[in-house]
Design a protein around this ligand. Structure first.
Ligand code: GLN
Length: 454
């Protein structure tokens, strides 16, 4: 089997299913085939192989790729051609993976269904009447549909784990700072993390191994030694202590989802783990706190899109202010505008203490909830999302309902800790995700538990 065979197979599959799934925004076929050829030549000449040698990968379209359009699924950036690679993209190239294209998402990663993409919606490969989740919906759908071997997504409040759950695959948000954000178009800088999506836990471990590590170009990058994640996959969870927060299993959680999680916990108990109920008392404030903080950071980060520096510039402005106003009015979609308005409001001098500062304090309380539980337990387990995927169009007009879907993933971002979603059965024919949450920088345990379960 040659690398060209793998890349051919990827494009062949894309040809078969992409008109139904619509996971991609850009296909990078010429480059991919050229890279495959070069790797095939290397194959004949030497025994050296990168960690991801020859594997076809898809990249979420908010991760910059030199010479390949990077739109963040926004009209604002429809013509944006980056002049450099994100650190993770450079690392993928060093590991000798082959990028086949850029994947659809909610505009600027704001959303949970892919319906906020300004280009088109992506559909859930399990049933195309349903959303794939979001914001990394393209990244999840492409893997689930077999179009790529694995993919990269980004997770600010659940955007890797929730679509992974909805599409029946594995998706992991690493500890904040483990993977460089250099070249990830910023949404909420204190929450954003890049991570892997794949069919199984081992593949996510490989991908994480390739992209993790200190990067001087990201000032929030953690300067730590990266363990060997593959060797953590021992299958052994004997004596491991699992905490199940009652807030994650109670009201608002679909009974079938709860049932699937309970069965998964029984499997882990059968493997020798100890399962106990705990409380994360501030869970109910997570969504409100997140949407204030994430929107505040977004309003500040997105100030750079002014019609001058990146992307599209409005025609015939009357003056400079008009250029800003017109470019931003035309370039941003409704959800992005909603967040910029909310964030600007909560950061304004009269409301800062009441909203932004209050939300920061709640964030600390949520982190302390986890700290306390992790004094006695190795991992926290619950569902990834309260329900399975919902129907396309069923929540587009209801942002609050959409926001509440994130209740179980958001606390993890607020606390900066790692979590993975692994498939744990079906409810009414749609996949359920099991979320395994770990201590900061303890990806090894998270992966070990996920691998033992799957
Ligand atoms: N659904 C959440 C939001 O809309 C999470 C998004 C994300 O993680 N990028 O903000």
């Amino acid at each position: 089997l040659s690398v060209s065979d793998l890349v051919n197979a990827s494009y062949e599959r894309i040809g078969q299913v992409e008109d139904k799934v619509k996971a991609f925004l850009t296909l990078d076929e010429e480059n991919a085939r050229k890279t495959a050829q070069l790797l095939d030549e290397q194959l004949g000449k030497s025994d050296e192989r990168g960690l991801l040698f020859g594997l076809p990968i898809g990249i979420k379209d908010n991760i910059v790729t030199e010479g390949v359009t990077t739109t963040c699924a926004s009209q604002f950036l429809r013509n944006f051609n980056p002049v450099y690679d994100a650190t993770v993209v450079r690392k993928l190239k060093e590991a000798q993976a082959v990028s086949v294209g850029k994947l659809n998402m909610d505009e600027f990663a704001m959303g949970g269904s892919n319906e906020n993409s300004s280009f088109h919606t992506t559909y859930n490969p399990w049933n195309t009447e349903y959303v794939p989740g979001g914001s990394s919906g393209g990244s999840a759908a492409a893997v689930a549909a077999g179009e790529v071997y694995f993919s990269l997504g980004s997770d600010t409040g659940g955007s890797i784990r929730q679509p992974a759950a909805y599409c029946g695959i594995v998706g992991m948000k690493p500890t904040y700072g483990l993977v460089s954000r250099f070249g990830l178009v910023a949404f909420a800088s204190s929450l954003d993390q890049i991570g892997p999506l794949s069919k199984n836990v081992e593949d996510s471990a490989y991908l994480l191994q390739a992209i993790a590590g200190h990067d001087p170009q990201d000032s929030t990058s953690a300067n730590v030694n990266i363990p060997d994640y593959l060797s953590a996959l021992t299958g052994d969870v004997q004596g491991l202590r699992i905490a199940v927060p009652k807030e994650y299993m109670g009201e608002g959680i679909d009974p079938q989802v709860r049932e699937a999680v309970v069965s998964a916990l029984k499997v882990l108990e059968g493997l020798g783990a100890v399962v106990e109920e705990v409380s994360l008392p501030h869970t109910e404030y997570a969504v409100a706190s997140y949407y204030l903080l994430a929107s505040s950071e977004a309003s500040s980060n997105l100030a750079r899109f002014d019609g001058v520096r990146y992307g599209v510039r409005a025609d015939n402005p009357k003056n400079l202010l008009d250029l800003y106003l017109k470019s931003r009015s035309e370039g941003f979609g409704p959800e992005v505008k909603r967040r910029i308005m909310l964030g600007t409001y909560s950061l304004s001098s009269g409301y800062y203490d009441a909203y932004y500062l209050k939300a920061q304090k709640v964030r600390t309380l949520i982190k302390q909830d986890f700290d306390k539980v992790f004094e006695q337990y190795d991992v926290v387990i619950g569902p990834t999302a309260p329900t399975t995927a919902f129907k396309v169009g069923s929540q587009v007009d209801d942002p609050i309902t959409m926001y509440l879907n994130d209740i179980l993933t958001i606390p993890v971002n607020l606390a900066g800790i790692p979590a993975i979603s692994v498939p744990c059965g079906l409810a009414d024919g749609l996949p359920v995700g099991l979320q395994i949450i770990g201590k900061a920088l303890d990806e090894s345990t998270v992966l070990r538990v996920a691998h033992a379960y799957e």
